[in-house]
Design a protein around this ligand. Sequence first.
Ligand code: G3P
Length: 217
Amino acid sequence: MKFFVDSADLEQISELNDIGLVDGVTTNPSIIAKSGRDFKEVIAEICKLVEGPVSAEVTATEAGKMVDEGRELRKIAGNVCVKLPLTMDGLKACSILSREGTPTNVTLCFSPNQALLAAKCGATFISPFIGRLDDITLDGLQLIEDIRLIYDNYGFETEILAASIRSVNHVKECALVGADVMTAPPGVIKNLANHPLTDKGLAAFLKDWEKTGQTIL
Ligand code: G3P
């Protein structure tokens, strides 16, 4: 399972990247706004920092302008992945950009039919939003499972990029149902390592080791 960091915080991305836990980065207009940074500048810095795909989202809503913005974003760096909303215009732009060899991430996916359309339009990634479905008492993980089955039925190469991940359980469930990628805030990724029995066990090991009076170095 690939781990993407859902953030534009260079420090947080770098910290996880140094551990080898960053296969890519996703951003969206809200994340960019929250960063307070210039969009193209922060995307350029992220692209220098990580080798994997960095999703930068268009803000136009008409297909022609989406394509123009996508081409502009691709000038920033070779690992820019153009993020497009799952609308008919976004799908049209996805088809055009994908045919040009541009990596695309179709986002704001909330149904299996939407994911089917994105795959048929050559999307590199599809981003189903788990958390936002859960927020309205629907089953976000069921969407991932349904898309996995549909894509496998027909051999679609579009990668399922599980997004709107809010908890470590979301990550586990996505891995169990076979999402290709998950994108999560840095805090969720860091929290994956935490377990009280690990902390308790390590404290006991170190307490017993201290009694030996030995050192390794
Ligand atoms: O990548 C999409 C993600 O940023 C949305 O997350 O928590 O705003 O639904 P959230």
